[in-house]
Design a protein around this ligand. Structure first.
Ligand code: SAH
Length: 221
C-alpha cells in the first residue's frame, strides 16, 4: 500500500527546518512558505518529495528550485505588500505563488519562454488559488516593458550578466535579484538596487546553480 502523506504536516516540518537553518529570516516569508502548497507545483510522480529541500525536475530540462534557494532570494528582495514584481522563469509557478503571497497576486507578472511550461505553471497557480498572477509567454531577458515599472525583477534562471533591458524597467527604489555567472550552470546571486541616477548598486550573495536564462540578452539557444 502506498504511503499517504499529510502534506500540511510535511510543509510545517519543512518551514521549521528552513527557519532553524537560517534560510528564512523574515516572518512574512515564513508565512508565505506555510501558505503555498508545493505539492501542487511538482509533477505528481514527485509529490512525495514536495517537501524535501532539493530542486525537482519539471520537464523540458528545467527544475523547480530548492526551497532554501527560494528563501534566500525572497529574503534578499525584502518585498512589501503592494509592490510590483516581475519574475523571470515561471516554470511550475511555485516561486510566483510565494511572490503572490508576499505582494498580492495582482502585483505579480511572471514570464516564461516555454509555452508548455507557461500553461502548466498557469494551471498550477490557478489550482492553488493564485489565478490572478499574470503568466506571460516571452523572452524575459528583455524584461516585460508592458508591465513596468517594477519594484523588483527576480530571475529564476542564470544569466551571463544583468541584461541591459532590465534596469530601465525598475521603479525608483527597484531592485534586481538574479543569478549571474560566466558558466551556463553556475552563478552567484546578484542583488542590485537602483540609485537615483538610474545606475545600479550591485552586491554579490551566495553561489548557486540555476538552469540557464536563454534569450536575446542572455545565453544563446
Ligand atoms: N521559478 C520556477 C523555476 C524555474 S526554472 C519555479 O518556481 O518552478 C527556470 C525557468 O526559466 C524555466 O522554466 C525556463 O524555461 C525559463 N526560462 C529560461 N530562459 C528564459 C527567458 N529568457 N525568459 C523566460 N523564461 C526563461
Amino acid at each position: 500500500m502506498g504511503r499517504t502523506l499529510d502534506f500540511a504536516a510535511e510543509r510545517e516540518r519543512m518551514v521549521g527546518q528552513l527557519v532553524r537553518a537560517g534560510y528564512v529570516k523574515n516572518p512574512r516569508v515564513r508565512d508565505a512558505f506555510r501558505a503555498v502548497p508545493r505539492e501542487r507545483f511538482v509533477p505528481p510522480v514527485d509529490s512525495e518529495d514536495a517537501y524535501v529541500d532539493v530542486p525537482l525536475p519539471i520537464g523540458a530540462g528545467q527544475t523547480i528550485s530548492a526551497p532554501s534557494m527560494i528563501a534566500i532570494m525572497l529574503d534578499e528582495a525584502s518585498l512589501e505588500p503592494g509592490e510590483r514584481v516581475l519574475e523571470i522563469g515561471t516554470g511550475s509557478g511555485y516561486h510566483a505563488a510565494l511572490l503572490a503571497h508576499l505582494v498580492g497576486a495582482r502585483k505579480v507578472i511572471t514570464i516564461e519562454r516555454n509555452p508548455e511550461l507557461a500553461s502548466w505553471g498557469r494551471s498550477n497557480l490557478a489550482g492553488a488559488g493564485y489565478g490572478e498572477v499574470s503568466v506571460v509567454v516571452g523572452d524575459g531577458s528583455l524584461g516585460y516593458p508592458e508591465g513596468a515599472p517594477y519594484d523588483c525583477i527576480m530571475a529564476t534562471a542564470g544569466a551571463p550578466r544583468i541584461p541591459d533591458a532590465w534596469p530601465p524597467q525598475l521603479s525608483p527604489r527597484g531592485r534586481i535579484v538574479a543569478p549571474v555567472g560566466s558558466s551556463r550552470h553556475g552563478q552567484v546571486l546578484i542583488v542590485a538596487t537602483r540609485r537615483p541616477d538610474g545606475t545600479l548598486h550591485t552586491r554579490e550573495g551566495t553561489s548557486c546553480a540555476f538552469v540557464p536564462l536563454v534569450g536575446a540578452q542572455a545565453w544563446p539557444d
